[in-house]
Design a protein around this ligand. Structure first.
Ligand code: G6P
Length: 613
């Protein structure tokens, strides 16, 4: 969801900004733009489409000499089509102020009307242009960029992170944060601003995270942070410990494949930090579980997208193992729900990025309603942490591919460990059963490696079904979430309309869709209480001539001549099969997208970090 960068210093400004944007491309790729300030003034360059288009445009210009600062943007379009006019940076009418924005200005129409009445002209359909023109209007009174920015941002409602430059104040860039992430970096050649740490890798050695309602006046040698009320804030710098290697493909053709393949090691790391042996207690470093879970009578899990599917698995786990009622809510729906959250509720917010606006808003509301909040996130310094009583890291390393893979199984692993720990602590499972599950969890990295060895089968399946326009994924029980996640992966990166159904529901309507052009993938691991029921649903589908794929396990006995394709995963207890099915379905989606020539890591219309509601 839009990425912004800024740099002031003695380095190669254009290259630094373009590299920063390259590392933020996961946030959007509808258009890109730079504003560069050299001795002659500010120049703006914009291109629609991917960052490469901007790179091509700039390759015909000669901007490297004398440029001492600049700001840049990559866009995930919200207001206005992904055209050059709507691309950032946006200029003031006098063309002296230039601004890039991540977020949404909710009261832009009202402000726009006022500015138009004052004679300002808008050149784009964006909400962002309102901000730059408002600053221009304030500058006319204050003749001071910092004060003009403070006066303007106080009038804005919504989420915004800005980088702002003024031609007449060449020594500074102003950075602003309110409900959209923004980080300041310090390096040997100057100072940096970015939406996320990857943009700073290799350039800045230290960083500071801005908080909401703060702005920074960034010069080549100094960073001064103030609140919107003007009070100076002193914040310590922290070392940037992310390595360049963590944002490289390491020889894989796509980040997605690299991230799929990393899953066994991530599981190992999570296990080794929480569970040393099958008969050892489960612990999470820094988590006072007794305090967090005391008086908890229900769980509320809030998430979006892939994280929401992890939440669905968690519901089955916590209900089954801990005997606790669990409600799972898509974060974007949380505000519309009759709020039964109270001080006996533990709200678990799950977010890979920790920046998803819907999830942050919902978690904040749960906290306001009295709930304790536990957050699972892959980004330790992300915004969601601010609303958490406790947080658990996913330890998956940075995930670049827009389609989430390794973060999903990392979320599942943490949720399994958490559920077993809570079940044990509350005596809801016997010590013997706890030991059995823990033993199974410890085998998962090796079993996942066996699943990943099936990539040739995933490829063959993809070659066979790549021309399907629709796909049905069906399952029952705990693997309903698996069907949802498998279908989501296929939709996201291949654009095949994959829909997940509870297998038993097929006969209540969706079966009308079935014919020889509607492949059905059934999730039916053997050790499943629902195995025979899903099998009956498969028979029903076959009777309607649907091509049928079984995602099953090694020792499952399947009737002859029903299935067109059978994928056998290693045998495992039903409880953990979501962990093993997911990597295969990720591979299938990946291979299908590759076979169709899709942009695997950057699927159309999507962004990895959705910082608007
Ligand atoms: C976006 C991404 C999805 C992701 C969802 C939630 O929609 O495209 O892949 O699952 O956000 O992201 P989060 O960072 O909160 O887990």
């Amino acid at each position: 969801m839009c990425g912004i960068v800024g740099y002031i210093g003695t380095g190669a400004v254009q290259n630094i900004l373009l590299n920063g944007l390259k590392n933020l491309e996961y946030r959007g790729y509808d258009s890109a733009g730079l504003a560069l300030n050299d001795n002659a003034g500010i120049k703006v360059y914009k291109a629609s489409g991917k960052l490469n288009n901007l790179v091509d445009l700039l390759s015909h210009k000669n901007n490297t000499a004398n440029t001492f600062k600049g700001i840049g943007h990559i866009r995930w379009a919200t207001h206005g089509k992904p055209t050059v006019e709507n691309a950032h940076p946006h200029l003031s009418n006098d063309e002296k102020i230039v601004l890039v924005h991540n977020g949404i200005i909710e009261n832009y129409q009202e402000l726009k009307d006022k500015l138009q009445a004052k004679g300002y002209t808008f050149h784009s359909k964006t909400d962002t242009e309102t901000a730059v023109l408002l600053i221009e209007d304030e500058y006319k009174q204050t003749k001071n960029l910092e004060q003009a920015v403070i006066n303007a941002v106080k009038q804005l409602k919504g989420a915004f992170a800005f980088c702002i430059m003024h031609q007449d104040e060449p020594d500074k860039i102003i950075a602003v944060r309110n409900h959209a992430p923004l980080i300041l970096g310090q390096g040997h050649s100057g100072n940096f601003i970015a939406s996320d740490i990857p943009a700073l890798i290799g350039q800045a050695s230290q960083s500071i995270y801005l908080d909401d309602r703060e702005l920074a006046i960034v010069t080549q040698n100094n960073i001064t942070i103030k609140t919107f009320e003007g009070a100076v804030k002193i914040k310590p710098m922290t070392l940037i410990d992310m390595k360049a290697e963590s944002i490289s493909r390491r020889g894989y053709p796509h980040f997605m494949l690299k991230e799929i393949m990393e899953q066994p090691d991530i599981m190992r790391n999570l296990l080794s930090s929480s569970l040393s042996a099958k008969d050892a207690p489960i612990t999470f470093s820094g988590l006072d579980a007794d305090k967090l879970f005391s008086h908890v009578t229900k769980l509320e899990i809030i998430a979006c997208g892939t994280s929401l599917n992890a939440a669905r698995v968690a519901k089955a786990l916590f209900e089954r193992l801990c005997r606790l009622p669990v409600e799972v809510t898509a974060a974007s729906e949380y505000i519309y729900k009759t709020n039964l959250t109270d001080e006996n509720t533990l709200c678990i917010g799950i977010s890979q990025s920790g920046e998803t606006a819907d999830t942050i808003t919902a978690v904040r509301q749960a906290k306001e309603a009295g709930a304790k909040v536990l957050v699972l996130t892959n980004r330790a310094n992300s915004s969601i942490i601010r609303y958490a009583d406790a947080s658990l890291p996913l330890m998956a390393g940075i995930e670049i591919s827009v389609a989430a893979t390794k973060s999903y199984t990392a979320q599942l692993m943490v949720l399994y460990l958490l559920a077993v720990m809570l079940a044990e602590k509350s005596n809801k499972i016997t010590p013997a059963y706890a030991e059995t599950i823990k033993n199974t969890l410890l085998t998962l990295p090796a079993l996942t490696e066996q699943v990943l060895d099936l990539s040739e089968q995933a490829k063959a399946l993809a070659a066979k079904y790549k021309n399907a326009t629709d796909f049905i994924y069906m399952a029952r029980g705990i693997n309903l979430a698996t069907a949802a996640e498998g279908a989501l992966k296929l939709k996201e990166i291949s654009y095949i309309n994959a829909v997940d159904y509870a297998a038993g529901e097929l006969k209540h309507g969706p079966i009308a869709l079935l014919d020889e052009n509607m492949p059905v993938l059934a999730v039916l691991p053997k050790d499943s209480v629902v195995f025979s029921k899903v099998l009956s649903n498969c028979e029903e589908a076959k009777a309607r001539r649907a091509p049928l794929i079984a995602l099953t396990t090694e020792s499952a006995v399947l009737p002859e001549n029903i299935f067109d394709d059978i994928i056998r995963l290693p045998d495992a207890p039903e409880l953990v099969t979501p962990m093993l099915c997911a990597p295969f379905l990720q591979l299938f989606a990946y291979e299908t997208a590759c076979a169709l020539g899709r942009e695997v890591d950057q699927p159309r219309n999507l962004a990895k970090s959705v910082t608007v509601e």
